[in-house]
Ligand binder design. Structure first.
Ligand code: SF4
Length: 155
């Protein structure tokens, strides 16, 4: 049985000047919390947090974050690219759901210390005004050199 059948897109453009890319959030019709540790193994996750549940992976210079009922993708060229990625992920999610008893869950939390220091400097309200769904994602972007603290308008 499939876990995810459909999704609804919400797109926004990051407010920082010069950003020519889109950020997309796909709202899912199913809850993927139960298989996030399995997806952490299948997709070789970059950051996994059990509480509140989230998993972030790197894919083609993008960060893709899975929440219980959402998938947020940054640095999208356009809606066509977003659609290609989400269809690929939907297949992986449904396949992982089917095989969840056979896949060893991975609970390992990769948490680079510098990124934690950056996160501490941010308001941690997850308001989304910087164009990213959470402060954690902006912290990851800063850590990777793709953004700066000035991208948070509340500092
Ligand atoms: S604008 Fe600032 S407070 Fe809001 S989500 Fe981004 S980093 Fe967090």
């Amino acid at each position: 049985m499939m876990l995810i059948h459909s999704y609804r897109w919400e797109f926004c453009r990051p407010p920082n000047p010069g950003a020519g890319h889109l950020r997309g959030v796909a709202h899912l019709d199913g809850d993927i919390t139960a298989i996030l540790p399995q997806l952490n193994r299948v997709l070789r996750g970059h950051l996994y947090f059990p509480e509140p549940p989230s998993l972030t992976i790197k894919y083609q210079a993008k960060l893709i974050t899975f929440y219980p009922r959402q998938i947020a993708i940054n640095i999208l060229t356009d809606e066509t690219e977003a659609e290609q990625i989400i269809r690929w992920l939907r297949d992986i999610i449904n396949d992982t759901w089917e095989k969840r008893q056979e896949i060893q869950p991975r609970f390992e939390v990769v948490q680079p210390s510098r990124m934690v220091e950056i996160l501490k400097m941010l308001p941690r309200t997850n308001c989304g005004d910087c164009g990213y769904a959470t402060c954690l994602i902006l912290a990851v972007q800063i850590n990777e050199g793709n953004a700066s603290l000035s991208d948070c308008p509340h500092l």
